[in-house]
Design a protein around this ligand. Structure first.
Ligand code: KIV
Ligand code: ZN
Length: 561
């Protein structure tokens, strides 16, 4: 790279619109959307869509709610021409949807384009030519008056040909290509020329592209406000924008352009298109939605839309892509997970959406909460506790979370990859010996004197069988005393939690017991059983058994995941 890039890449020039008003504008309604997936998007594909894929894309766009769809460049190839004819001849275009087709400003292509639309109910003929200095001078070798002559002749030809097909309701769209790089007065002159050749008072869309995005979006907004002042008071003129994404600011350019006076936006689903893509219309639409503005496009099942788009385009959508990517509703960071969990816990039906790190409710787009919290080495205890709670109904006491997170971290460090809820459950089961927990056999509980209880049972511990016989204020204390006597250990219960998992006949109880053993170790035991007292006994045994876990068990745990 160059040390002084300015000699090769001169800075873009600001517009100097001192009295600009767009910075204060607030977007309160959706623009007219035009999908160009079948034209600009399609032309940028490694393998352009065949007719079957085009039909699927068209049906998808209709289902989402697009009312204007650019269906292709029919003069470019037979596939494009045939696809358009199928849409018209098979009556596939709904009454409230208008198709648009594009043609360069070339006589023979214009003629074939208008011909391809024969019999359509309504159509937008989109003609473009280059107006910016590099294109007009270097690529086409044309002076400004020659460019205006081309616009005048091309639009005049479209007018004559479309007048000869009066069964169709016609709209002209004129794009001064490379608008964002052209002198504003040259673009405006080209637009005036197009309007005049089309006939004042007839419907026209002036479509202003950032053919190649070349400046910060505020500059584009100034350009749009400049054009809007010039054309806004003409009721038959609609100002449209067509951003690309070369600087990665296509969405911002579209939004600021709407604030600056544009009423229509052209783009593609998930930003497919030439180079870095066309504007991502889904992004702009859902940005409006999360500002409380209905976009009039339906993304209620965004994953189904993504898979249909991936099929048609034969290109994947990135896992981090706004609103749709596989990972965009997932938090791996422990502090994020903690914040999300707290906000979900206090959220009530009907509340405004205020969940940290989730700008939109995934359910509105047909996504579930399942993937919201996932556990990797960055996660800490919050995510793991959330997953065990949401998937297995365990409400781990806070100190147990801290203890268990060390076991999880050990596995994570060894495996070095994400852990699923099932992985966490497996680690939990092994760590607390749930699968093979010794069951107190033939337990007998007797009331001694109306104040204390006596518990006796047999147990198969790892070190051999023991007979438990103890007395205490309640069954837990009695069992702990009996177990201490039977094993020769000192045992004290420091903390105790229990709750039900599930409901009805399937309900089980889970008990968490924090034990102090031999006055030297503090650790938890966990027990699960249909009976709450048995669950508590199992939890106590689980804690005691964990005092000296075999080295075998630790190495097995570390292999999980
Ligand atoms: O990006 C562009 O300039 C175009 C025009 C044809 C509108 O796609
Ligand atoms: Zn384009």
């Amino acid at each position: 790279m160059l040390k002084q890039p300015s000699s090769k890449y001169p800075a873009f020039k600001p517009i100097g619109l001192k009295d600009r008003t767009w910075p204060d504008a607030v977007l309160t309604q959706a623009p007219i959307w035009l999908s160009t997936d079948l034209r600009d998007g399609n032309q940028a594909l490694i393998e352009p869509m065949d007719v079957a894929r085009k039909l699927r894309m068209f049906d998808l766009l209709v289902k989402i709610g697009f009312k204007e769809i650019e269906v292709g460049f029919p003069a470019a190839s037979q596939v494009e021409f045939d696809f358009l004819r199928r849409l018209i001849d098979e009556g596939r275009i709904p009454a409230d949807v208008t198709i648009q087709v594009m043609t360069p400003a070339r006589e023979e292509l214009i003629a074939r384009t208008v011909e391809s639309l024969r019999g359509a109910r309504k159509a937008i003929v989109h003609v473009y030519n280059a107006v910016a200095p590099v294109w007009r001078e270097v690529v086409f070798g044309m002076s400004v008056p020659e460019v205006m002559g081309l616009v005048q002749r091309s639009v005049g030809q479209i007018r004559r040909l479309t007048d000869a097909q009066p069964e169709t309701e016609w709209v002209l769209q004129y794009s001064p290509e490379t608008f964002s790089m052209a002198e504003l007065d040259v673009s405006a002159q080209a637009c005036e020329t197009a309007i005049e050749a089309w006939g004042a008072g007839r419907p026209v869309i002036l479509n202003l592209p950032t053919t190649v995005e070349n400046a910060t979006p505020n500059v584009f907004a100034d350009q749009i406000e400049w054009m809007s002042r010039r054309f806004a008071d003409r009721p038959n003129v609609i100002l449209s924008v067509h951003p690309h994404n070369d600087r990665g600011t296509g969405t911002a350019a579209a939004e600021l352009a709407l604030m600056a006076g544009a009423h229509r936006v052209e783009g593609c689903l998930f930003g497919n298109g030439e180079r870095t893509g066309n504007l991502d219309v889904v992004n702009v639409a859902l940005n409006l939605y999360v500002q409380g503005v209905s976009p009039n496009l339906d993304f209620s099942d965004i994953d189904a839309i993504r898979s249909e788009v991936e099929h048609c385009n034969q290109l994947p959508v990135h896992p981090r892509h706004p609103y749709v990517g596989e990972l965009v509703y997932t938090s791996f960071s422990g502090s994020h997970q903690d914040a999300i969990k707290k906000a979900f816990a206090v959220r009530k039906d009907g509340d405004v959406w205020a969940i940290p790190y989730l700008p939109i409710d995934p359910k509105d787009l047909g996504r579930s909460y399942e993937a919201v919290i996932r556990v990797n080495s960055q996660s800490g205890k919050g995510g793991m506790a959330y997953l065990l709670a949401s998937e297995y109904g365990l409400e781990l006491p806070r100190r147990l979370q801290i203890e268990f997170s060390q076991a999880v971290q050990a596995v994570m460090d060894a495996a070095g990859k994400e852990l699923s809820a099932a992985d966490l459950w497996q680690i939990f089961e092994r760590e607390y010996g749930l699968a093979d927990a010794p069951v107190p056999l033939q337990p007998v509980m007797q009331d001694v004197d109306g104040q204390s209880v006596r518990v006796s049972a047999r147990l198969e511990l790892a070190d051999g069988p023991v007979a438990v016989d103890g007395q205490g204020n309640g069954p837990i204390e009695a069992f702990v005393n009996g177990l201490a006597a039977a094993t020769g250990r000192q045992l004290r219960v420091l903390d105790y939690h229990e709750h039900a998992i599930g409901s009805g006949a399937e309900a089980r109880a889970v008990a968490y017991v924090e034990l102090r053993v031999d006055d030297s170790r503090t650790l938890f035991g966990v027990g699960i059983d249909a009976n709450i007292v048995s669950a508590s006994f199992k939890a106590i045994v689980s804690g005691l058994q964990r005092v000296a876990p075999s080295s075998n068990q630790t190495s097995e745990i570390q292999q999980v995941g």
